[in-house]
Ligand binder design. Structure first.
Ligand code: ZN
Length: 253
């Protein structure tokens, strides 16, 4: 039995880097779209509540500020950037300076505090792009932990909720993301096989809020979205029989 932390990145629909820009774009539209993200967030929140699984939601602050509402939540909240920035510039080729990083993340943290009435505890870098200066800065801003680094790689000064070095049944690196399940390239059974044979101390399982309603290729119908959500439900329910779902705090000590 392993301890599993279920995490959800709540960001703009099919978020991807825009060359030369801080702000992310959506794969399918020039104008940012948050519809699939909002509906999917509500779906996953309902699912976690009904299965009594503690979850961590890492929110892009601009995204959540445009949601029509946010419910009272018993789950932990974290920060996933202000506009889903590529902080290192690895994909945008537009690196963000130290003082810009401080301004963007301080604002993101404030927006989340105002929207939820509680502090975001953890941070997850958009695209997981980080460097040692960014990990240092998180401590200055007042986050309690980071979750952008894969196990075996160098973490910063804060406690690190490591992403697993989890390969799927076909040998592809997943980092614990349900990406290939949501894109229809892997089955629930294949994910179960990979997770059940994972040998780490704990496993962070992650998905994106929009991904059950919108793949990188297209928007899904209500029926397809239901089917995708039911795959996540089946996976979590089956894992719950053998493993223990816990909060981030429980594995970070
Ligand atoms: Zn993201």
């Amino acid at each position: 039995m392993a301890k599993i932390v279920f995490t959800v990145d709540v960001d703009r629909d099919a978020a991807c880097a825009a060359p030369g820009e801080f702000r992310a774009k959506c794969k399918h539209s020039i104008e940012p779209s948050f519809e699939a993200s909002y509906s999917g967030f509500r779906d996953l929140l309902g699912l976690a509540d009904s299965l009594r699984i503690p979850a961590v939601f890492f929110f892009e602050a601009e995204c959540v500020s445009l949601f029509p509402d946010v419910p009272d939540m018993t789950h932990e909240i974290g920060c996933h950037g202000l506009h889903h920035e590529d902080f290192t510039g690895a994909e945008t080729n537009a690196p963000i300076t130290e003082s810009q990083r401080l301004g963007l993340l301080t604002k993101a943290k404030e927006i989340l505090e105002n929207r939820f009435g509680s502090k975001p505890m953890g941070f997850r870098a958009p695209y997981l792009h980080h460097d040692s200066a960014l990990l240092q800065l998180l401590q200055t801003i007042g986050f309690a932990y980071d979750s952008s680094v894969m196990e075996g790689k160098k973490a910063g000064p804060l406690p690190e909720l490591f992403l697993p070095d989890l390969k799927d049944a076909k040998g592809k690196q997943t980092l614990g993301y349900l990406w290939q399940l949501m894109e229809g390239n892997r089955s629930v059974e294949e994910y179960l096989e990979a997770i059940n044979s994972y040998k780490g101390k704990y496993l962070v399982l992650s998905t994106h809020s929009w991904h059950s309603r919108q793949t990188m290729k297209k928007k899904l119908s209500e029926q397809q979205a239901k089917e995708n959500l039911s795959k996540v439900k089946q996976l979590l329910e089956t894992l719950k029989e053998r493993h223990e779902f816990v909060s981030a705090g429980e594995v970070l000590g």
